[in-house]
Design a binder for this molecule. Structure first.
Ligand SMILES: Cc1cc2nc3c(=O)[nH]c(=O)nc-3n(C[C@H](O)[C@H](O)[C@H](O)COP(=O)(O)OP(=O)(O)OC[C@H]3O[C@@H](n4cnc5c(N)ncnc54)[C@H](O)[C@@H]3O)c2cc1C
Ligand code: FES
Length: 511
């Protein structure tokens, strides 16, 4: 439906459009009554689907058609054109499909199609699948298992007190106060029971016995599995400085962490953010939206230069300064004495709220103690299977053979974690599926979204197409002439094409 009182834009498809208006490989947004619908012509066939992505409402007609799928311009979710199924995260819910007709040179759309259940593509087993972790990878795995009609039992164990949440929102709209809390859960509480997923919250898994296929829980009980997914994520690095254990000093990972920060924003006037990381800077932006004075203290010369290079680093700094953030770079906090953060350079900053965002560490303890192969992460093959048969790992803990860079890599990206959870699930179901997506992440600073596709730990050349300062750019990170990664601002289609190109270079792109 169109938002609020706004009338849906574009042509009225019930009245028909000339067939010549929709060339092969093109998309067109319009409407059917109040419903926003998009048309696509691909491979000689016509498709009509909801015009907006089920993740955050991205405009699909501005995305990319690839085979029988459309990729969303905002965060690269993929939908099947025929069925509307969300075949790759971050979208998880399907699009509505419509009947479309081409007759006498006119294309018309009038009625919705009945939803089609996703096809079972291989064996359904009666295995007991246990998932350790109720985050991006764990949730996406459980969701697709049931979506693809897995008949066995699914148990999800999480030491968090909240059911799986949209974690990226915790440093963006929810923290800024512009999204209500009911946007945050990935699914409502009833969904788990309705889908026969046993979700045990506040449940710590303390040991894994890979041979006897058993987990030990914090209360001393044991649970057996046939297939296991480890998706324990990462935890914020704690700062070993005096005063870091005070009530007004926070890290940000869980919904509870976020609630605690929000509770203190009610009376806070000035905040110190330690670390110019993604989470640190997104937190700074969210606190500015709450009109809190924000100081960012970090050791580097330029924020995010290690990931984005100097040009985008300078842009991000200027952007935050334009919104009133004060940077204390090439500096660090040596102690927090009550409400005073002492700087290594000698000064102090008064702050009634401190948020530490100095990076995260993958939670590897379970896998390590169980004797699984570890290489700065849990080593997995392209099917996300660890060194122990039937035990899989996905998300922030997994180091996998990335076909695009040709290296084994581990990243901390929401979309990667969800997709790896989905791929692990298909493999656990007995549907052999390699993980072949180009890594993707996005970050949001005020009204500026930055998308990044690929993976470049180092580069020898940065090519900039467009103008970073005008918020219109495609930044290519190259090594030996090869594009390793591409960052972009408001060049969504170029970003999608860059990801596709990387996947094609590496072999067949994932559907
Ligand atoms: C505030 C914030 C904002 C972010 N924004 C973005 C963004 O904009 N874009 C982006 O690409 N990425 C973003 N990220 C990163 C992204 O959220 C992570 O990469 C992603 O959540 C990783 O998924 P995961 O499933 O591996 O781990 P998680 O989502 O962290 O889930 C791990 C789960 O395991 C549980 N667990 C851990 N150990 C145990 C145990 N022993 N027993 C039981 N349960 C256990 C935890 O409680 C948790 O439920 C953000 C992260 C944060 C914290
Ligand atoms: S809005 Fe489509 S993937 Fe996020």
């Amino acid at each position: 439906m169109a938002n609020g009182d706004q009338k849906p834009s574009g042509p009225d498809f019930t009245k028909g459009i000339a067939a010549s208006e929709l060339a092969e490989g093109a998309m067109l947004a319009g409407h059917v009554g109040d419903d926003e619908v998009m048309l696509a012509r691909q491979g000689g066939k016509l498709f009509a689907l909801s015009a907006h992505c089920t993740h955050y409402h991205g405009p699909l007609a501005e995305g990319l058609l690839v085979g029988e799928t459309v990729r969303c311009p905002w965060h690269h979710a993929r939908f099947n054109l025929q069925t509307g199924e969300a075949v790759a995260a971050p979208a998880l819910s399907p699009l509505t499909c419509w009947q479309v007709e081409e007759r006498d040179g006119t294309i018309t759309v009038k009625t919705r199609k009945a939803p089609t259940a996703p096809k079972m593509t291989a064996a359904s087993t009666n295995d007991r699948i246990v998932i350790v972790g109720g985050g991006a990878a764990g949730f996406a795995a459980a969701e697709i298992l049931r979506r693809r009609s897995f008949k066995g039992s699914i148990t999800m164990l999480s030491n968090d007190s909240s059911a799986p949440v949209d974690r990226p929102n915790l440093s963006k709209d929810y923290l800024a106060g512009s999204a209500p809390e009911d946007w945050v859960p990935l699914r409502g509480d009833d969904w788990y029971a309705e889908n026969k997923i046993k979700l045990s919250l506040n449940t710590e898994v303390t040991a894994l016995d890979a041979k006897s296929r058993e987990l030990l829980l914090g209360d001393g009980s044991k649970i057996q599995f046939d297939k296991l997914l480890l998706a324990t994520g990462a935890e914020p690095v704690k700062l070993d400085i005096p005063g870091a254990d005070q009530k007004h000093v926070h890290t940000l990972r869980s919904l509870n962490d976020c609630r605690a920060i929000i509770a203190q924003t009610k009376n806070a006037k000035r905040a110190v953010v330690i670390g110019a990381s993604f989470i640190g800077l997104e937190t700074a932006a969210a606190l500015r939206a709450r009109e809190i004075e924000v100081h960012v203290v970090a050791p580097e010369k330029r924020p995010l230069e290690r990931v984005f290079g100097p040009q985008l680093g300078d842009f991000i700094r200027t952007l935050h300064e334009e919104h009133g953030v004060k940077f204390h770079l090439e500096d660090s906090v040596s102690a927090i004495e009550g409400q005073r953060a002492k700087l290594k350079s000698g000064g102090t900053i008064d702050a009634d709220l401190v948020v530490i965002g100095v990076g995260v560490r993958p939670r590897l303890a379970l896998a390590e103690k169980a004797g699984l192969a570890i290489d700065k992460g849990v080593s997995v093959n392209e099917h996300m299977e660890t060194s122990a048969r039937g035990i899989y790992a996905a998300g922030d803990i997994a180091r996998w053979p990335d076909l695009i860079s040709g290296e084994r890599i581990r990243v901390e990206h929401w979309v990667v974690a969800e997709r790896q959870g989905q791929i692990a699930a298909l493999n656990m179901m007995g549907i052999p599926t390699p993980f072949r997506s180009a890594p993707f992440f996005w970050s949001q600073h005020y009204d500026v979204p930055i998308n990044y596709v690929g993976h470049a730990e180092k580069w020898d050349t940065i090519d900039i197409d467009g103008d970073v300062t005008k918020r219109d750019c495609l930044v290519r990170y190259k090594l030996g002439g090869r594009v390793m990664a591409v960052a972009s601002i408001y060049r969504d289609k170029d970003s999608l094409e860059a990801g596709l190109e990387m996947e094609r270079r590496a072999g067949k792109p994932m559907a």
